[in-house]
Write a protein that binds this ligand. Structure first.
Ligand code: KG4
Ligand code: ZN
Length: 353
């Protein structure tokens, strides 16, 4: 079974070829970061136009790297939600056209759920279910009960900023250059960085809540840097921070952000087991923030405390990619679940039935 997948939900045009749901034969990603950098964020209209220009070259490259022709493809997969609607439309239209022209099945999958598959692409035996799923990215922070690859239930998600977004905004507040998340991570790792210099708030929400909130943490950092607003004026700027202050603020922020994620995992584990009616065996993780050094360490510690089989994505599969889309599509195909050619793109994530 060879699946060609397309991913265009945000600002990366990606295509990949995955064999038997586990062997990544190619994984091509054309980043648009250069196009959006001068605006300080993704401009949706520019993103969709760039997808139109890049989709076919990226698909061709993915086939070439995999050393296969279109005739060898068994199915076409696409991430059809959630994301920027104009961007998603390009990938969905391209995938439909390919599936129709080749006379092969089409499988549309939820991009956030697909992130959970990226850890499985590292190799090893198939994961045991039920699993707890954690997606931490620039756009999403979500917990899932994964009964199987075709039966996922969302247990919680962020009520405001995503954790990656919080990292990016924290980096902007601290005057850390783009790309914010990875650079903040690097700064927090510098020798001498004191992650206990500041106590930042960790949102717990209601006692049983499995939702996340990162806006209070971000605001707290902002006030720590600029002072609590007292009338007109912006207070102190990041430029006046000493290198030691910046490093300690970065390390303390990162400790709080990671702790907020681990806290919800601690709550979610018994909640998922009780919902599934059986203990959870596996922790599936994915999304850009799984590249964070401290989060990776804490996830390993969490998994070992609870004897969970942890699936962490390899560094090159943490970020948005099409291999994870092909991956999640594979068990769907194996179960005979495909999409019709009138499947739509949706800006929002899949809501459980
Ligand atoms: O999964 P992704 O590529 O895109 C979305 O689907 O949103 O995630 C990108 C996010 C960005 O917010 C980026 O700052 C964050 O992942 N990120 C990190 C690190 N590497 C990427 N955040 C913290 N530490 C990192 N090392
Ligand atoms: Zn993503």
């Amino acid at each position: 079974m060879i699946v060609l997948a397309i991913e265009t939900s945000c600002d990366e045009t990606a295509a990949a070829v995955v064999e038997r749901g586990t062997i990544v034969r190619s994984n091509v990603i054309a980043s648009q970061h250069d196009l959006h950098a001068e605006y300080g964020g993704v401009v949706p209209e520019i993103a969709s136009r760039a997808h139109v220009e890049r989709l076919l070259p990226v698909v061709r490259e993915a086939l070439k790297e995999a050393s296969i022709g279109l005739g060898m493809i068994d199915a076409v997969a696409v991430g059809n939600r959630p994301g920027l609607i104009g961007s998603l439309l390009v990938g969905v239209a391209g995938a439909k056209a390919l599936a129709w022209a080749l006379g092969k099945p089409l499988v549309a999958v939820d991009h956030v759920r697909a992130h959970l598959y990226s850890g499985v692409l590292a190799g090893g035996s198939p994961p045991a279910f039920p699993a707890l799923g954690l997606v931490v990215s620039g756009g999403h922070t979500s917990l899932y009960l994964v009964r199987s690859w075709t039966a996922l239930e969302r247990l919680g998600s962020t009520i405001d900023d995503a954790v990656g977004e919080a990292f990016d905004k924290a980096a902007a507040i601290l005057g850390i250059p783009y790309p914010g998340g990875p650079n903040l991570d690097r700064l927090a790792r510098e020798p001498g960085a004191n992650d206990r210099a500041h106590e930042f708030p960790i949102a717990r929400l209601a006692p049983e809540s499995l939702d996340f909130s990162f806006s209070g943490l971000k605001t707290s950092l902002l006030y720590r840097v600029r002072g609590v607003p007292q009338g007109a004026g912006r207070g102190r700027e990041a430029a006046s921070l000493t290198p030691t202050e910046r490093r300690d603020l970065a390390a303390s922020f990162q400790r709080a952000a990671v702790q907020a994620v681990i806290l919800k995992l601690e709550r979610a584990l018994p909640a998922a087991a009780s919902r599934a009616g059986t203990p959870v065996a596996t922790l599936l993780t994915g999304g850009g923030v799984t590249a964070n050094t401290r989060l990776r360490e804490e996830l390993r510690a969490f998994a070992s405390r609870h004897t969970l089989d942890l699936r962490l994505p390899p560094m090159d599969l943490c970020m948005d990619n099409a291999a994870m889309i092909a991956g999640l599509a594979s068990p769907h195909l194996a179960s005979g679940i495909t999409s019709s050619l009138d499947v739509q793109a949706h800006a929002t994530a899949l809501v459980d039935p």
